[in-house]
Design a protein around this ligand. Sequence first.
Ligand SMILES: [Fe+2]
Ligand SMILES: [Fe+2]
Length: 217
Amino acid sequence: MNAQPIDVRDMRIVHETFRRAYSEGAELVRANPTPSPQRVDFLADHLEFGLMMLHNHHESEDEILYPLLLERAPEQAPDTERIEHQHQEVAGAIEAASAAGREWRRSPSPETGEALALSLEALNAALQPHLDDEEQTVVPLAARTLTEAEWESVGEHSRAGIPKDKMSIAFGMLLEPLNEDDRNFMKKGLPAPVRLLYPILIDRPWRKYRDTLRNGT
Ligand SMILES: [Fe+2]
Ligand SMILES: [Fe+2]
């Protein structure tokens, strides 16, 4: 048990991106289910990337966070296990959305587009209560029972799964929904050289990507 709880706010912060990514994806597909081939590829790649990030996030929790919590706080095991098991339902929804994305990419039509949008909404519906439970129950337990290094290793594991050439996009997506405080907190975690070159390394590529995402046809 920690005398002082460790800082675990990054879990809630990362969740904010996941909380809106899939409903936004559904909206973008519905806005034009039969766009140009380039647009189909761009959007299908974007959705696949968003699904992969969530998969990575849960994998890090499954491999590091939940086993540590079960070891540190066995008396909380029923809650911890219940919440971890929600990952399975979410994983099924991620798989279904990936398959719908592949189908839409192969054959874009109002029908495949709507099937993709529905699968993204189904994922969102399975995901939101899991994020709530994790933030309310699991994260405070981690704050009391894990070391900073252990907590940090969960985030490191997730980041390691992001391809280098997608880092700026991932970080841009992460920062976008945040308020000033949370944004500054996340920026502080960047390596100093990246922080220094933030406008060029992250902000510029992210803005270009974001404009294509929101305004591309
Ligand atoms: Fe999480
Ligand atoms: Fe989780």
